[in-house]
Design a protein around this ligand. Structure first.
Ligand code: 0GY
Length: 306
């Protein structure tokens, strides 16, 4: 099936640079997606955007290019609750990818078992209005309690301004809760201002809450421009991500977000995104927790170091 991309859609960077930062052995890209391809894996009728295709082979080629060992493939909203493209990517990863699915109340126990067998370890609840029509919270609570018994976690995606309204719902979830992209702070505001402090308080009060320190390219106002010719982009996001990595070193994850849906201004060079890591995780110990120990504990607990 042919799909027409959303007007103005930016395709992923076809020739990313080689990062200067060498990630530790066994590093996990804990947030990325596959899109279709739309022929075998059609996009969902209820989708809010139609992307370019971005296949599992292209994702795994990027993993190797950047020096990563494993991926966590997160179901993208353009596929709705049809997890087949994501599951197909997991099944063809040789055990090097795990997944996060989208589930509806109608999902059967057998389907959940099949998703588990393919490598799914979580479900994603999305509260970003431009991406999804909201699922009622009672349905989400029901799904969360069903997946808790499989040892899965819940990934949540929301905008910082919505945290106060979502606080009680998130704190009632019975699983580990992983927040996408630091809860999307407005990085033009101070890192110690009330908005980001609320997110820090949220993580402090609830030890089951983790955060991905991903997507500087989405959050940055200053953008990808280098400083003094250094490979140092998205500098305005550094204080926010660094604070989480240093304050909650055992609960932070990092991911590329390839193929970077819905970017309007520029498409990041994935090599440059990897070179962002040593600015937010400034010691070898923090880098190892962020890229290896934490994601292994969450997604491959059977192989994780004690
Ligand atoms: C991301 C961010 C976005 C999109 C999705 O599933 C999705 O469509 O997550 C976004 O547009 O901010 O994490 O990929």
């Amino acid at each position: 099936m042919e799909f027409q991309k959303t007007p103005g859609w930016l395709d992923w960077c076809a020739a990313p640079s080689k990062p200067q930062f060498k990630v530790p052995a066994g590093s996990v890209d804990a947030h990325c997606h596959v899109f279709g391809p739309g022929g075998p894996f059609p996009y969902a009728p209820e989708r809010k955007y139609t992307p370019c295709d971005a296949s599992k082979a292209q994702l795994y080629a990027l993993r190797d290019h950047l020096g990563f060992a494993r991926n966590v493939v997160v179901q993208a909203t353009c596929h709705g609750a049809d997890n087949r493209a994501m599951v197909d990517a997991l099944m063809h990863s040789g055990g090097k990818a795990r997944g996060v699915a989208t589930a509806r109340r109608s999902v059967t126990d057998r389907e959940l078992q099949e998703l588990h067998a393919s490598g799914v370890r979580g479900v994603r609840f999305n509260f970003v209005r431009r991406l999804v029509d909201f699922t009622p919270k009672d349905e989400l609570i029901e799904i969360a309690s069903r997946i808790a018994s499989l040892g899965w976690h819940v990934v949540v995606y929301f905008e910082a301004v919505d945290l106060p309204e979502l606080w009680d719902f998130f704190s009632a979830l019975p699983t580990t809760v992983v927040v996408d992209h630091m809860g999307r702070p407005d990085v033009s505001k101070p890192v110690d201002g009330p908005e980001f402090e609320l997110f820090i308080k949220f993580m402090r009060e609830y030890p089951n809450v983790w955060s991905k320190v991903s997507c500087p390219e989405r959050l940055s106002v200053t953008g990808p421009k280098a400083l003094n010719g250094e490979r140092a982009a998205y500098r305005d996001v550094v204080p926010f991500a660094k604070r989480i990595v240093e304050t909650f070193s055992d609960r932070a994850l990092w991911g590329t977000d390839w193929p970077h849906p819905n970017l309007k201004d520029h498409m990041p060079d994935d090599g440059l995104l990897v070179d962002f890591i040593p600015h937010i995780a400034t010691t070898a110990g923090l880098q190892r927790k962020l890229l290896v120990d934490n994601p292994m504990r969450l997604y491959w607990p059977e192989e994780a170091r004690a």
